[in-house]
Design a protein around this ligand. Structure first.
Ligand SMILES: Nc1ncnc2c1ncn2[C@@H]1O[C@H](COP(=O)(O)OP(=O)(O)OP(=O)(O)O)[C@@H](O)[C@H]1O
Ligand SMILES: [Mg+2]
Length: 423
C-alpha cells in the first residue's frame, strides 16, 4: 500500500529576508527539506510590512525558488511571523465533570471536557477588540485537587481545572501580513509566531524541563521564549536586531549598507577577547573612497554596544518573567544574528548563564551554506502539528475568512500535550 507523503510548506516573513521551505515529514519527526527559497526584502520593518508591493514581490520570489528547487507547485502554506505587540498571559478555568460521583461513566474525563475548559479559559470577551489569539496552548490540568496532570482524559473525576497560555497580537498585524501573502496568489493555512517554531526545532525536551530561554536574533527583531518545567512561560519581542548593527556600522564607518553588512559578517565580533588588538581591515567608504584602514577593535566596540543593548533587554524581560533564576539549561541563541562572532561569549558574560547556538535538529537537507540559524523558525513551524482550536470572534475577517474560515491556530508546542491540543 502506498504511504501518503506528508508535505508542508512554510513562509517565514522575516524583516530582512522572506524564506519559503517545502518539507516532507518522515517517521520519528524527521524533516526532509525538498525545496527552499530566499528573497531579500526591504519592504518589512520589525516583522511588519511597510511597503506592500516590495513584500509581495519578495514572497513571490521566495516561493518561486522553493517551487523550482522542489519541482512542484505550492499554493497554500503556513506563515511564521513576529510582532513587537505580542503579549502572553496564563488563564485558568474550571468545569464540573458530573454531579453524580457514583456514576463511573459520567465522571470519566473525555476530550470534550478539555475542550470546554480551554474554551472557557480563552474567553474571547476578555480580549480587546483590536487583538486576536495567535496561540492557545493548554498547559496542565488539576483534577479534583490533584495538580500537574498533562492529559486527564480517561481518568475519573468531578471537577476539572485547566491552565492555558494565551498568546495574542494585534488583528492588523496578521491582516497586513496575510494580505501580502494572498496577493502573491497563495492561501494562508495558518499563522503563528516564528519563535515558537524555532523552539520546536532547536530546543531539547530536557532543556525545556530544566528551564531555558530561546533568543531568535533576526534582522529587525529579537524574539524571546522562556520554557520551564516543560511549558512555555513567556514570549516577548523587541524591535532591535542585526539590521541595527549594520546601520550602526554605516553611521560610524561611513560605509554603504552592503559594505557594512559584509564588514559585519566578515570582521564583526562582539568580544574584544577574541580579536587581536592590532588587527586591521580595509573598507570602501561612501562616495567611492577605497581601502580605508579600520581597526577591528574599533568595529568590535560599535557592534558590542548594540549587542549589549539587546542582551540588557533580554535580562530585563527574564527578570520581569520571574524565571531568570530557573533557567538551568541557560540560553539558546538562534536566528541569523546568532552567527555573529563572539556573541555566545558576550551573552555568557552579560547574562551569567550557559549559552549555546540552536540549529535545526532532526532535519535532512540543511547545509551550512544556507546559514541554518536563519531557518529555524521556518523549519520548526513546518514540524509543528496543526492544532484545532476553533476560531473566535476576534479572528480577522475578509480575505482570511474567505480562505476557508478564519485563521486556524496551528502551532502546538508541546508534543507531550498532543492529545490535549488536538481536541
Ligand atoms: N555571520 C553573520 N554575522 C553577523 N550577523 C549575521 C551573520 N549572518 C547573518 N547575520 C544577520 O542575521 C540577520 C538576518 O537573520 P534572519 O534571517 O534570522 O532575520 P529575519 O528573519 O530576516 O528577520 P526578523 O526575524 O527580525 O524578522 C541579518 O541582520 C544579518 O546581517
Ligand atoms: Mg526571523
Amino acid at each position: 500500500m502506498a504511504v501518503r507523503r506528508r508535505m508542508r510548506c512554510v513562509l517565514d516573513l522575516g524583516t530582512t529576508t522572506i524564506k519559503a521551505v517545502l518539507v516532507e515529514q518522515l517517521e520519528d519527526g524527521v524533516l526532509k527539506v525538498l525545496g527552499t527559497g530566499l528573497a531579500p526584502c526591504s519592504g518589512m520593518s520589525r516583522g511588519q510590512p511597510i511597503n506592500v508591493d516590495e513584500t509581495i514581490a519578495a514572497v513571490e520570489e521566495a516561493v518561486q525558488q522553493a517551487e523550482d528547487s522542489a519541482g512542484r507547485p505550492i499554493d497554500s502554506l503556513r506563515v511564521a511571523m513576529t510582532s513587537e505587540q505580542v503579549e502572553c498571559q496564563q488563564r485558568r478555568a474550571a468545569i464540573d465533570i458530573t454531579r453524580n460521583p457514583r456514576d463511573t461513566a459520567s465522571s470519566l474525563v473525555r476530550p470534550e471536557h478539555l475542550r470546554t475548559v480551554i474554551e472557557h479559559a480563552r474567553k474571547e470577551e476578555a480580549l480587546a477588540i483590536d487583538r486576536r489569539y495567535l496561540h492557545v496552548i493548554p498547559q496542565d490540568f488539576t483534577l479534583d485537587g490533584i495538580p500537574g496532570i498533562r492529559n486527564p482524559v480517561g481518568i475519573n473525576g468531578l471537577r476539572l481545572e485547566g491552565r492555558v497560555m494565551l498568546v495574542s497580537c494585534p488583528v492588523t498585524a496578521t491582516q497586513n501580513l496575510g494580505r501580502c501573502v494572498e496577493r502573491a496568489g497563495l492561501s494562508v493555512e495558518g499563522m503563528g509566531l516564528g519563535i515558537l517554531g524555532a523552539a520546536e526545532i532547536t530546543l531539547r525536551p530536557d532543556e525545556r524541563d530544566l528551564g531555558v530561554a530561546l533568543l531568535d536574533i533576526g534582522g529587525g527583531t529579537t524574539d524571546l521564549a522562556v520554557y520551564q518545567a516543560g511549558r512555555l512561560r513567556t514570549v516577548a519581542v523587541c524591535g532591535i536586531g542585526g539590521e541595527n548593527i549594520t546601520r550602526d556600522i554605516t553611521m560610524a564607518l561611513r560605509t554603504p549598507h552592503s559594505e557594512s553588512e559584509e564588514v559585519k559578517r566578515r570582521w564583526g565580533c562582539c568580544s574584544q577577547k577574541l580579536i587581536r588588538r592590532d588587527e586591521r581591515f580595509s573598507v570602501g567608504t561612501m562616495g567611492g573612497g577605497h581601502g580605508e584602514e579600520i581597526s577591528r577593535s574599533q568595529l568590535c566596540q560599535i557592534v558590542q554596544m548594540r549587542v549589549e543593548e539587546i542582551l540588557d533587554w533580554v535580562e530585563s524581560r527574564l527578570q520581569a518573567s520571574g524565571y531568570h533564576r530557573l533557567l538551568g539549561a541557560g540560553i539558546v541563541l538562534t536566528g541569523g544574528g546568532a552567527r555573529l562572532a563572539g556573541l555566545p561569549e558576550l551573552a555568557v558574560e552579560r547574562l551569567g548563564l550557559p549559552v549555546r547556538v540552536g540549529l535545526p535538529e532532526k532535519v535532512i537537507g540543511v547545509e551550512e551554506s544556507m546559514e541554518p540559524e536563519s531557518w529555524t523558525a521556518a523549519l520548526g513551524a513546518a514540524r509543528m502539528e496543526q492544532s484545532q482550536v476553533p476560531a473566535g470572534k476576534s479572528q480577522p475577517r475578509g480575505m482570511l475568512a474567505r480562505l476557508g474560515g478564519s485563521l486556524r491556530q496551528w502551532m502546538r508546542y508541546n508534543k507531550r500535550l498532543s492529545d490535549t491540543a488536538a481536541l
